[in-house]
Design a protein. Sequence first.
Length: 301
Amino acid sequence: MIKVFTGDPFLAREALLREARLQGLKGFTPPQPEALAQALQGGLFGRGGAALELSEVSEASWKALKPILEKLPPEVPLLILDPRPSVARSAFYRAHERQDFPTPKGKELLRYLENRARALGLKLPAGVVHFLAGLVSEDPDLLALEQELQKLRLLTPPLTLEKVEKLVAIRPPISGFEVVRLVLEGKAEKALSKLEALLAEGEDPLRVLGAFSWQHTLLFRAWALLQETPGGSEEEKAARLEVHPFAARRALEMARRLDIKAIEKALELLMEAELKVKRGRDPRLALEKLVVELTQVFGPR
């Protein structure tokens, strides 16, 4: 009996480990013909069976393992973890049971985080869920998210966004900062193109608008900090901003090129856009209009 687990590396591994416990299998067998043959034979202490991880095996190694798999008796369990199988391995798996676990994105990622947090006994406010999802929205890394959720279990409730921002170690996605950077450079066409790419990937316009507001508010705080303490190290300034160091560095870098009038106008436009959305306007159109207006504010004169 061969069962194959493909798709998202974290979800596929979790599913395989659950099945391995049901089958009485412990640990992974090295993907080597001799080790696999020995594990499948069993011995005095139990029946044969094995779990294999083929994530990084070469095609030569696969060809060496394949004859053993082809002769496997139906009563012997063999579990295979192969998140992204090659064409040759995919063809072989067609004759066997295959379970695929797509990586959740967009709203599915939000639901996944809510359910996973609940399973871990965490009560996460919606803002925290959106923040965590936003950190990996371009290429969701569920293992990284799992590690962050495990760390959040150590915090004293209630879990606020401020507490979570200080603790997480995932780098914020560059794309959101890239849109802001293009806006600050007055490159409306490129900023709109980047924005359209984000929305095409399933980003919620409301969440993008929220991220825009957060990033511009951070820019204002960074600008104020630079006026207050022009000296000092980057590390000290990043600590004062109380956000992830990567986000702090990008904000300080951008803030050095701004003046207070431009920042105030940008915050005014952001409030207007949010008000339009709350009154029922199309959030996508409001966001696109906002990008154009902001590029006019920050663009070269």
